[in-house]
Ligand binder design. Structure first.
Ligand code: AHR
Length: 487
């Protein structure tokens, strides 16, 4: 029996809905065959699934691709658009059928905010500044006129702009001092064209635990930006990049290694947050985790440059742990974008021809949806340490929030793959009138296939009211969500 406490009297603040954001890159089948058809038009079944998920924000066009992308190649009549080579991802041909207008149409149909990563690595300040003018200028100007010529009268009002991607790596192998100067320069020329599109500027942040990067950029460019973007992927221990381990076929040691590494996000967010606060005591500088998720070997027989991987209950646990961490650090994390939304890395949706399936990770995001913009509540879980092969992870990890209508959502990841866990949940500061549970459970390697797309799907979970909360039993290897209606 484990005890979980929810304290409705204490909160770290509001959970920014953008923590539940996504990322789409011109990589493999994320765009063509994923979000869009070959001609760049939105793919209706995928868009409907993402709309249902409540995607708040979508980052595009990369990733590494962003620092090779010249946006003017992707506007105007499709027959006249340039065909280029996607040098980062498989050397495939990119005909630019999906460009700025197509991306913003996808966002409109999903009902989410766009977040555009601009090219700092191989572009120019003028090119980036023109892109902002093209998207946001309401009046007469060269770029606004060009947009109108291409069929869009009204400005798109894109607020979120990323200043380069992984500038310490694929974005130009820069030193933080050099990047900080460039970031200042770019930032000066990215203008607010209207009050409806006050820009939110996101600088390239660190990889994992590179605190020197965070400190240098925050100190030198912090006054010109709104946030820094951290990248952290959860992987197995591996000797070389070609052997990161299978996404579906893994042993217990690999399971617990991956879960332990997912929990490392807590330390990263805590420490980078602390550094940011040194340079913005009023918490003005936010942390955006705009790439996170699992990264395993590609599915056998698929293009290694396409990063197509299956998605199991292990991925669901990683998603649940990470989202709980973000919820609990909502005073620091202002946005996060899991990589990537369709057919790439830890995807929500996989497609094969006309077929589409929802992954276990999709279901976790859906079960957590009510956390978006809710007030985080302090929680405490009495845990046991699971000591499989000395990996040492807690058996249960939680977060909770209260929505505007008073309802409380408690989300719990139960990491023990061998036994069920009875839990007693106690509520401090309020009384429950009703409780409803939903659970996603299965063997760690369980996943959905096109032949059996419902193998891992949420189902109802019994929960019983008590004098000061409720009780329930968490199945082995599961993610649970409990909605409490206060009396
Ligand atoms: O998400 C795949 C790649 O991972 C991105 O393009 C890059 O930014 C990161 O290294």
């Amino acid at each position: 029996m484990a005890q979980i406490f929810i304290n409705a009297n204490r909160s770290a603040g509001s959970i920014n809905k953008n923590i539940y954001g996504h990322f789409a890159e011109h990589l493999g089948r994320c765009i063509y065959g994923g979000l869009a058809n070959a001609d760049g038009s939105p793919r209706a079944d995928v868009i409907a699934a993402l709309k249902d998920l409540g995607v708040p924000v979508l980052r595009w066009p990369g990733g590494c691709f962003a620092d090779t992308y010249h946006w003017q190649d992707g506007i105007g009549p499709k027959a006249q658009r340039k065909t280029i080579v996607n040098t980062n991802w498989g050397g495939v041909t990119e005909d630019n059928a999906f460009g700025t207008h197509e991306f913003l149409e996808v966002c409109r149909q999903i009902g989410c905010e766009p977040y555009i990563s601009g090219n700092v690595g191989s572009g120019t300040v003028q090119e980036f500044s023109d892109w902002v003018e093209y998207c946001n200028m309401p009046g007469v100007s060269p770029m606004a006129d060009l947009r109108r010529q291409n069929g869009q009268q009204e400005p798109f009002n894109v607020r979120y702009w990323g200043i380069g991607n992984e500038s310490w790596g694929c974005g130009g192998e820069m030193r933080p001092e050099y990047y900080a100067d460039l970031c200042r320069q770019y930032s000066v020329f990215l203008r607010d064209y209207s009050p409806q599109a006050k820009l939110y500027k996101i600088a390239c942040g660190p990889s994992e635990g590179n605190y020197h990067w965070t400190r240098t950029v925050a100190e030198r460019a912090g006054h010109r930006i709104d946030a820094l973007a951290l990248h952290y992927y959860t992987m197995n221990d591996h000797q070389d990049w070609e052997h990161k381990g299978s996404a579906t076929d893994f042993d217990r040691k690999e399971l617990y290694t991956v879960l332990r590494k997912a929990l490392f996000m807590d330390e990263l967010v805590e420490n980078h947050g602390r550094v940011l606060r040194q340079f913005s005591p009023n918490k003005k500088l936010g942390l955006v985790v705009d790439e996170w998720g699992t990264w395993f070997d590609v599915e056998p027989g698929t293009n290694p440059g396409f990063l197509y991987q299956q998605n199991t209950m292990r991925d669901a646990l990683v998603a649940a742990l990470t989202l709980n961490i973000f919820n609990n650090h909502c005073d620091t994390v202002v946005m996060a974008n899991i990589a990537q939304v369709v057919n790439v890395l830890q995807a929500m949706v996989l497609t094969e021809g006309d077929k589409m399936l929802l992954t276990p990770t999709y279901h976790v995001f859906k079960m957590y949806k009510a956390h978006q913009d809710a007030r985080q509540l302090e929680t405490y879980a009495e845990t046991r340490l699971l000591d499989h092969e000395a990996e040492g992870v807690p058996d249960v990890q939680v977060s909770a929030s209260q929505q505007a209508d008073g309802q409380i959502l408690l989300t719990a990841a139960h990491l023990d793959d061998a036994a069920s866990l009875p839990v007693t949940v106690r509520l401090g500061g309020l009384k429950a009138a009703a409780v409803q549970g939903v659970v996603l459970a299965g063997a760690p390697g369980a996943h959905n296939t096109f032949a059996a797309p419902e193998t891992v799907a949420p189902r109802a979970l019994n929960a019983t009211l008590t004098a000061d909360g409720f009780t329930a039993v968490l199945p082995p290897c599961s993610v649970a969500a409990f909605t409490v209606t206060p009396a």
